[in-house]
Design a protein around this ligand. Structure first.
Ligand code: ZN
Length: 131
C-alpha cells in the first residue's frame, strides 16, 4: 500500500494496515525528507500496529528497527523513553538533520534497541535493506 503525507506526518489507519497483513506482520517503510533516524512516534506506532519492522529512508541511510514477536516492551514505554532521549539530542546535538545530530539519533535507537531487546540497524546506502 502507498500513502502520502506532508513533510512531518502521515495519517495511517490501523484497519487499513491490518487489512494488508492478513498472513502476518509486514514491514513499514517511509521516507524522512529531513535526514535522520526514527521519531518516538515511528517506533511506538510500529509496535502498536504489530508490524515486524519499521524502516525510514533518508538521503544518506536506511534505518531499520525490528520487533520481537512476543517482546515485552510496551509502545508507551518505548515512546516516552525515545521522546526523552531525542529531546536531549535536540538540545545538545542540533540542528536537526546535521551530521552530528544524525549520529546521536542513531546512538539513541541503538541503545534503546539493546535495552528493550529489539534490533536496530543503519545501512549506509538509502533504499538498501539492512541485513
Ligand atoms: Zn519517521
Amino acid at each position: 500500500m502507498d500513502r502520502a503525507g506532508d513533510s512531518d506526518t502521515i495519517d495511517i489507519d490501523w484497519e487499513d494496515v491490518w487489512a494488508h497483513q492478513p498472513d502476518g506482520p509486514l514491514t513499514f517503510t517511509h521516507n524522512h525528507p529531513l535526514p535522520g533516524s526514527f521519531s518516538a512516534d515511528d517506533v511506538a506506532w510500529g509496535l502498536k500496529a504489530r508490524v515486524r519492522e519499521v524502516r525510514a529512508v533518508d538521503a544518506f541511510n536506511t534505518h531499520s528497527l525490528r520487533y520481537k514477536p512476543n517482546g515485552r516492551v510496551s509502545a508507551g514505554v518505548l515512546y516516552l523513553d525515545g521522546r526523552q532521549r531525542i529531546k536531549s539530542v535536540n538540545e545538545r546535538a542540533g540542528p536537526p538533520g546535521s551530521h552530528g545530530w544524525r549520529d546521536e539519533l542513531d546512538r539513541v535507537w541503538s541503545r534503546l534497541a539493546q535495552r528493550y531487546d529489539l534490533r536496530y540497524d543503519r545501512c549506509e546506502a538509502p533504499g538498501k535493506s539492512p541485513r
